[in-house]
Design a protein around this ligand. Structure first.
Ligand code: DC
Length: 229
């Protein structure tokens, strides 16, 4: 007899720069599970829209782009992430701050969110999935056995974002990053569809002053208590 229960999911939601990406990738690697970077999908819709000259408020056209999104995620020989859109590398564009802001606008459209739902759920495969986003626990995987809401102060998040951008060769000022992060949080929190709020079942974890390794250990401990690993 086959076990019919769906593969386990650990949801990692929270505001931008809280460390979800770093911790989530590390967690997925440690557990040998799949990893879903849902924010990258919204960013890719924004990049595709820009390339095709589509207005960021044109809900149905954006949803069409989201449905047809032809993207591949990978790594180069030095272990750096690579993202391809229709066969062309777009990693730097996807990670740019301007794309983050555009993604946040695109993500307000219910039609776009619907168009990306099936793609995200298809990533739930054995042996398990670590899902990084804003609405993983509330909307995409409401039955997930472990939901984490990762937070950190805006200053700490801006410093982390700064470091990430530098690694991608993009320069930015910390002050303007704090402002951008606060603006984007407000936009993500106040939107009517899938707002950035912790699920009632989520464990809120403050990542301020804690290393990715410590956070990873903490989450694995929570997963063990639930017999997920
Ligand atoms: O995590 P990120 O910075 O790559 O996400 C970019 C934007 O996409 C973010 O401002 C909000 C949106 N987003 C979302 O609405 N829902 C998700 N599950 C992931 C990201």
């Amino acid at each position: 007899m086959h076990d019919q229960s769906p593969a386990p999911v650990i949801c990692l939601d929270g505001p931008s720069g809280a460390g979800k990406g770093t911790v989530g990738r590390m967690l997925a690697q440690r557990l040998g599970w799949h990893f879903l970077d849902s924010g990258a999908l919204y960013r890719l819709v924004a990049v595709a829209a820009k390339k095709q000259g589509v207005d960021l408020d044109a809900a149905e056209t954006l949803a069409g782009l989201a449905h047809r999104l032809d993207c591949v995620f990978g790594w180069d020989s030095r272990g750096r992430e690579q993202i391809f859109l229709e066969g062309r590398e777009v990693t730097a564009e996807v990670r740019a701050e301007t794309t983050g802001a555009a993604a946040s606008r695109v993500a307000r459209q219910p039609a776009v969110r619907d168009a990306l739902l099936a793609r995200q759920r298809a990533d739930r495969r054995s042996p398990g999935l670590v899902a990084d986003g804003r609405d993983m626990g509330t909307v995409v995987f409401p039955d997930a056995p472990l939901k984490i809401f990762l937070t950190a102060s805006a200053e700490e998040r801006a410093c982390r974002r700064h470091k990430q951008l530098m690694e991608h060769g993009i320069s930015a000022s910390i002050t303007s990053l704090i402002q951008e992060i606060e603006d984007r949080d407000r936009q993500d929190r106040d939107r009517p569809v899938s707002p950035l709020v912790p699920d009632a079942e989520a464990q809120v974890v403050d990542s301020t002053g804690r290393s990715p390794e410590q956070l990873c250990e903490h989450i694995i401990g929570l997963a063990r208590i639930r017999h997920l690993v």
